[in-house]
Write a new protein. Structure first.
Length: 94
């Protein structure tokens, strides 16, 4: 293999390992979250992709969650309507 192909393979592997889906799968792999409530909070540029991956892996175990991307909360799924923090976030977003 040439040095150029070696470099391309190294870069490709590094990018694949850093993808949000890959990182979330690796982070959740082998974890047992017990029987208590499971809430999902995802923030940052890859928030949607990370939340979607976690949701596909954990499914109905997730009771509620928030996905946040700068500067505002974009979406809440299975939101706990009565939570006071969510009321403040909604008011700030308007």
């Amino acid at each position: 293999m040439s040095m150029r192909k070696d470099a391309q393979q190294i870069i490709s592997s590094a990018i694949q390992a850093a993808l949000p889906d890959t990182a979330v799968k690796k982070a959740l792999e082998g974890h047992s979250f017990g029987s208590g409530r499971l809430l999902l909070i995802s923030a940052g540029k890859a928030a949607w992709q990370m939340a979607a991956c976690a949701s596909s892996l954990l499914g109905d175990r997730i009771e509620a969650g928030v996905v946040r991307y700068q500067p505002l909360v974009l979406e809440c799924f299975r939101e706990l309507e009565s939570h006071p923090l969510m009321a403040r976030v909604r008011a700030r977003a308007r």
